[in-house]
Write a protein that binds this ligand. Structure first.
Ligand code: 5GP
Length: 331
């Protein structure tokens, strides 16, 4: 456990607001003094099938969104998130977030991104952070285009575009023009795929794989054919064990698809997804897999080294690999 804690790590799938500390979430919420809202916060989301678990998670996301109301809140969440990653020896993080405006549009979403970048710069000496802008599945094509424009405007810090949000809404096809433009403009992309075990979701998986994003998130539910295509085309996967176990309703990591892809030497990143809401950290996500699948120190090193290649900011690959090598030489 100590080894997994002390090794320099890379986090590639972390939703900024989902990283909120539970104490901060509670504090933001209690300021409104609303018992029903507090009950939602305390609700346990690990019951029922995948659909109801997912609904519980998204109920919390809606609550969270309603109590983050200004730029100071988002500065605080970013600051605390980076401090938590630094404590866990994360050297490079790609934070993803859906840009939003406050005060009925008086504070535009460009200010939201600038507030986050301001904190990223504050912590630059301790952790290298980049942004991925999220398009939410409920948004319109116009809103998604706006997000692409913002990504281009803040290109030094923004390294990619993500599609996330309620997986019940099958909207990848609607956003295809935006994702095609992103590709034309050399902006990396990552798409949440296969989060629900239904036919519509499996159908949408095909569209997403045909598009061939730079990386895929989760891929919990898939057909054999889809699995083989992703392996053959070497599309890297971001896997988030705690979050995946929760929504897939698995009791044990032995059943998690990490094993299958790892055995196939598939490009993989282990990530936290929503460290605050899921109450997890990157070193424990890695440690749990290491323990379940009996990985040696050498295997951990090789694994982390290949994850470095999946970073969207290609300028940072050498830096991260060197830090890892230095760490291992000292072992
Ligand atoms: P934000 O974009 O507000 O910084 O981060 C929180 C948002 O990320 C949530 O409201 C939700 O839309 C999205 N998100 C977080 N975790 C997941 C997940 O596991 N699956 C999907 N599809 N979206 C997620």
């Amino acid at each position: 456990r100590y080894f997994c804690q002390s090794i320099p790590k890379i986090e590639l799938h972390a939703h900024l607001n989902g990283c909120i500390r539970s104490s901060t979430f509670r504090q933001l919420l209690t300021s409104s003094d609303d018992q029903i809202r507090l009950d939602t916060l305390d609700k346990n989301f690990s019951s029922g099938d995948t659909h109801s678990r997912m609904a519980n998670v998204f109920e919390k996301f809606a609550l969270l969104r309603s109590c983050v109301t200004n730029l100071d809140d988002i500065r605080r969440i970013t600051r605390e998130t980076l401090e938590d990653f630094i404590d866990d020896n994360v050297m490079y993080v790609e934070l993803r977030t859906r840009p939003r405006s406050f005060d009925n549009g008086k504070i535009p979403s460009s200010n939201y991104i600038e507030a986050i970048i301001e904190i990223i710069k504050e912590y630059e000496e301790k952790i290298c952070s980049r942004l991925i802008l999220s398009i939410d599945r409920t948004q319109t094509l116009e809103q998604a285009m706006e997000t692409l424009k913002l990504a281009e405007k803040y290109r030094t810090y923004v390294v990619g575009l993500d599609l996330s949000g309620d997986p019940n809404i099958k909207s990848f096809e609607r956003f295809l023009p935006v994702f095609n433009l992103a590709k034309d403009r050399n902006l990396s992309t990552t798409i949440h795929i296969g989060e629900l075990p239904d036919e519509e979701c499996l159908n949408e998986n095909n569209l997403i794989i045909n598009y061939k994003p730079t990386r895929l998130g989760h891929f919990n539910f898939r057909t054999n054919e889809q699995e083989q295509r992703v392996i053959k085309e070497k599309i890297p996967l971001e896997l988030c064990p705690t979050s995946n176990l929760l929504t897939m309703k698995l009791t044990n990591l032995t059943e998690h698809h990490f094993n299958l892809f790892y055995k196939n030497k598939h490009p993989l990143a282990i990530c936290t997804d929503d460290s605050g809401l899921m109450n997890c950290c990157l070193s424990s996500e890695i440690f749990d897999l290491v323990q379940t699948f009996n990985l040696t120190k050498q295997e951990i090193y090789d694994f982390m080294l290949q994850t470095c290649n999946l970073i969207f900011d290609k300028n940072m690959i050498d830096f991260c690999q060197k830090k890892l090598k230095d760490f291992f030489l000292k072992q």
